[in-house]
Each structure stands twice: as structure tokens, then as C-alpha cells.
Design a protein around this ligand. Sequence first.
Ligand code: B12
Ligand SMILES: *[C@@H]1O[C@H](CO)[C@@H](O)[C@H](O)[C@H]1NC(C)=O
Ligand SMILES: *[C@@H]1O[C@H](CO)[C@@H](O)[C@H](O)[C@H]1NC(C)=O
Length: 418
Amino acid sequence: MFLLTLIILCMFCTMTNGASISSGTCSVPSSHRLVAGLETQLENSVSQQTSPDPSVLIALNLAEDKNLSVKEKLVQQIKETAGKEMTSGKVALYVLALRSSCENPNNVATTPEKNVNLVHVLEEKTKEEIKHLDYYGTLKTTYYQLALDTLALCVEKNPEVEMAAVILAKAALRNDLQSGGHFFVDTGAMASLALTCVYNENIMLKDSKLMNTFHDALTTITKQILGAQKSDGIIGNIYSTGLAMQALSVTSDFYSAGDWSCQKTLDTVLKEADQGAFNNPAAASQILPSLVGKTYLDVRSLTCPPENVPVSTITVFYTITNELVGNYFSYPITVKVPKGSVLLAVLEEAQRTNPSKFSFQTENTSYGPMVISINNIHASTNERTYWQFLSGKKPLEQGVGSYKPVDNEEIEAIFSEY
Ligand code: B12
Ligand SMILES: *[C@@H]1O[C@H](CO)[C@@H](O)[C@H](O)[C@H]1NC(C)=O
Ligand SMILES: *[C@@H]1O[C@H](CO)[C@@H](O)[C@H](O)[C@H]1NC(C)=O
């Protein structure tokens, strides 16, 4: 009885705040007032920004934001600026952002004439980071950006990811993932996402022993992120909490259920969001994915329409008429065929739709297929009859194997004498 009461109480408590829990992750529905508010704020930021923020596009896509025009505008701005000089981490965010919009970062049209391969640029920038580390003992930028580089190369299944991931993992094991002692949680969380991606995609690794290194690094980072929890559920500070939530939601194999209450963290974040803590678009873009239970790794699994764009179709009004032999008839049918199809495709589509009336036969000739019967009415040399094809009232000058009808054309086949 006591247990039952507890269960009912608990159902009630999850219902009232509209949140749901599943293993290692928690979220609020995208209809939630604060989620919708953050999305609107990000949408509005797009026109005001001087240079596009790829993190905003990633967040809007992960939240399945419905404002297509604003996302298209952002994609356009990102493409137009893709050729500019950028740090490695910025290039990585560009790659992730384009991927999240189902655009191919390997071939970005910066102008109608010029394309760049951003993944290749990312490879080069990542190599520069590593070279800098070899020569000077520091990266060109920061481990936060090297983590972004690793994540984007992994999402692109690029083989160069391996060396970046190794450096990141080793830095984590040396306790080196920080910028001057600050922002460990932000950097650790980004590194955790990157290394989880590489860990999941282990098929790419040439050296399978590296899996142990990545495993150890993820264990270390996860422990440190968990160690940065405050009593109210905030991890690091409020602005690193979103990234930390993303990291912890993909690393649940590396800690036990009691080590983190996703729900407590979520509740505090929602309270802070309500008080305007994420009024800055960059901050909003980093918190939104975790509210809707998504992570940057989900950029890999967003469903994109098939690469080959659907062919546009045309409509043809096709009629077969016999007022010459047997039972007279005139049957109309409307068919849709791919644009550029020959008339034969119209006949085939009509036959498929209504075989009892529109079945037909052809005979191969030097000029291509010649229609010899429609609806069981056969052309006859003896009777000097044939199937005549007309567009409107005008006889065609080509056969069904060559003639290409246009959209909304009226084609008639009339059983005739010659
Ligand atoms: C690395 C880092 C820094 C480095 C940047 C140097 C470098 N060469 O990379 C240093 C140490 C300089 C730095 C400084 C500060 N940072 Co900082 N930083 C980060 C971190 C970890 C990564 C940023 C990054 O590389 N992004 C990826 C690249 C590709 O994108 P980007 O747009 O080119 O990034 C640039 C900007 O983010 C900028 N930047 C970094 N921090 C800040 C902070 C502010 C307020 C501004 C305007 C710009 C800025 O430097 C980046 C590199 O050029 C983020 C963590 C996060 N969650 O984003 C925090 C973060 C952005 N920083 C933060 C803060 C608070 C600061 C400081 C205000 C701290 C302070 N008390 O002084 C100062 C800035 C003071 C000032 N001079 O205006 C907060 C911002 C929170 C917010 N809502 O505004 C974050 C989110 C960390 C956190 N969880 O608290 N930061
Ligand atoms: C999309 O966002 C833009 C910018 O905030 C806004 O002007 C527009 O009305 C929105 N469109 C829809 C369909 O919500
Ligand atoms: C006509 O030729 C095509 C190839 O050109 C062939 O596929 C088809 O089977 C032929 N049909 C007849 C009836 O010979």
C-alpha cells in the first residue's frame, strides 16, 4: 500500500513539472514555455548578429525548431562566411552546423562560383594545432577548440580524428584540460562528447589499444565533471551546466545512477532560465540542446532527406478514343510522370493505373517503339488503320519513344484510317 502511494505520488510529481526521465538523461517537451522562449530568442538573434553563430543553428536544429526561414537564412550566412579565416574550433562548429542542417560541409558554395571543402580546412587547422603543441608546448588555441575539432572530425568520420583524439585523451589523463585553471567543466564536457563519439565509432581506429586510453580518459573526465556539482545541481557554473548535462547524458556507462540527478540539475537550470540567465544568444544556444534531451552527438543521427533531390513531376491529360470499330469509347485519364519523360512513360503509367482500359502493345521499329494496339484494338495494315497521336488537335511529329510532353499537356490517341 505504501509502495503504491509512493508510485502514484511520483507519477504526480513528474506530471506537474512536465519533465520525463530516461537512463542518464532528462528533458522537457519542446512545447515547454521556456524552451519555446529560448528558441524565439535564438531566432530573433539571427538578423541582429554581424557574423553568424553556428552554435545557434546547431541548437535550433537539435530542438527541431520549425522556423525554416530563419534557419535557411543562417545556413546562407554560414555558407557565405565559410571561406573566411577562422580558428580551428570555429571551423569545427561550422562543419557541425552545416551537417545539422543536412548540408554537406565537404562542398560549401561560398558564392555561386566558389566552393570550399570545410572538412579539409578543419583537417589542416587541426594539424596546425598539433604542430603548435609539438613546437611550443601549447595549442594554437585551447583544448576546448581541439575538443570541437575532434568532435566534428568524428561526426564526419574523418580518419584524422584519431591523432586529435589521442592528444585530447592524454591531456585529460594529465589533468591538462583547462584554460589557465578556469573553465574545466566546459572544456571537459566538450572533450567528453568528442571522446565518446570516437569511442562509439571505434571501427575507425587503426590502433585498437587506443580504446583503453579513451576509456581511461572518459573515466577521469566524468569523475571530474561529477566532482564539480553544486548542491543545487549546477555543474561548474550555470553556463557550463548545459554542456556538462550533454556530457553526462552520453557517459552514463562511466558512473552509477546515484552519482548525478539529471532532474535536479534540470530543475535549477529551468529556474535560472526563467530569471533570464540565458538572455545572451551564445549562452542560450549552449543550454537549449540539454533541455530537450539532445547532445551534439545527435548531429550524427538527424534524419535528412535522401541526397538525390526528388524529381519534379508533370501532369498529362491522356485520352484514348475509338469511333471506328466495334464498341466506340473515349476514356480520359490524368497521369503524373517525372519531368522530361517521353510519352511512352505516360502510356505505361496509364496502363499501370487502369490496365483494363489502357493496356497497350508496341512493336520495335527503326524509329523506335510503335504503338500497335491500345485497349485490345489492333492496328491493321489490311484495314489501313493505326493509332494516331495528337497534342490538343495537332498530330505529333515524333513517336511515343521520342516525344516529351510538357506539364498539363493534353495527349489523345485516336484510332484512325490512313
Ligand atoms: C576558452 C575560453 C576563454 C578564454 C578565451 C581565449 C582563447 N584564446 O580561447 C579566456 C580565458 C580568455 C576567456 C575569458 C573569459 N571568459 Co571565457 N570561455 C572560454 C570557453 C571555455 C571556450 C570558448 C571557445 O573557445 N569557444 C569556441 C570558439 C570556436 O568559439 P568563439 O566564438 O571563437 O570563442 C571565443 C569567445 O568565446 C571568446 N570568449 C571566451 N570567453 C568569453 C567570455 C565573454 C563574456 C566574451 C564576450 C567572449 C568570450 O573567446 C573565444 C576564443 O576567441 C567558454 C566555454 C563555453 N561554454 O563556451 C568560456 C566562456 C564563454 N567564458 C566565460 C566567461 C565568463 C569569461 C570571462 C568574462 C571570465 C572573467 N571573469 O574574466 C572572460 C572574458 C573577460 C573579457 N576580457 O571580456 C563564460 C561566459 C558566460 C556568459 N554567459 O557570458 C563561459 C561560457 C565559461 C563559463 N561556463 O562560465 N574565456
Ligand atoms: C521566424 O523568425 C523570424 C525572426 O525572428 C520572424 O520574423 C518570423 O516571423 C518567424 N517565422 C515564423 C513562421 O515563425
Ligand atoms: C525492343 O527493344 C528494346 C531495346 O531496345 C527491348 O528491351 C525490347 O524487349 C524490344 N521489344 C520487342 C517487342 O522486341
